[in-house]
Design a protein around this ligand. Structure first.
Ligand code: 4NP
Length: 168
């Protein structure tokens, strides 16, 4: 159970934790830092699949992010776990399959928010961040653009629902 003085914590979840959720992790963390909220909002990412545990993000992901000024090279893939529901106030899925897996793990008493990232997006065309792994380079650009847009929306939502973040 969170207290009013505890930081708000946000976990981004995708399948491999090497493309979409690390992008969200890096972009949202920079947004948080740029607003001076580093003490107030904690950011992490994880995957539902275990193929890439301990690996850095996919090179195509790090390259697209680097071109936009984000360094994702220090991130390492990990699995989402039941303990994450005790740690995180927001557990944010990139697609509906991730969300289904999270719902299956979610304890009955979890009082945080589990939902789709693009619910916080300003665009309404897409509801999911598409898995770019087996696709072309432009899929990684699309992921980045969707993530940037939804990150701004998520931060606005957190500022509105937890105004105390602005006072830390
Ligand atoms: P992500 O992309 O879920 O955005 O990290 C994927 C990465 C790896 C695999 C699938 C999706 N894979 O099958 O290994």
């Amino acid at each position: 159970m969170r207290t009013a003085s505890a930081p708000i914590s946000v976990l981004f979840v995708c399948l491999g934790n090497i493309c979409r959720s690390p992008t969200a992790h890096g972009v949202f963390a920079k947004l948080v830092a740029d607003r001076g909220y580093q003490q107030a909002i904690i950011v992490d990412s994880a995957g539902t699949g275990d193929w890439h545990l301990g690996h850095a993000p996919d090179q195509r992901t790090t390259q697209v992010a680097a071109a936009k000024g984000y360094d994702l090279s220090g991130l390492r893939a990990r699995l989402v776990s039941a303990e994450d529901f005790a740690e995180f106030d927001y557990i944010i899925a990139m697609d509906k399959a991730n969300l289904k897996d999270l719902r299956a793990m979610q304890p009955d008493h979890y009082s945080g928010h589990v939902g789709l990232f693009l619910d916080f997006s300003g665009q309404s065309e897409r509801t999911e961040v598409p898995d770019p792994y087996y696709g072309e380079e432009d899929g990684f650009e699309l992921v980045f653009d969707l993530v940037e847009d939804a990150s701004a929306g998520l931060l606005q939502h957190i500022e509105a629902s937890h105004p105390e973040v602005q006072q830390r």
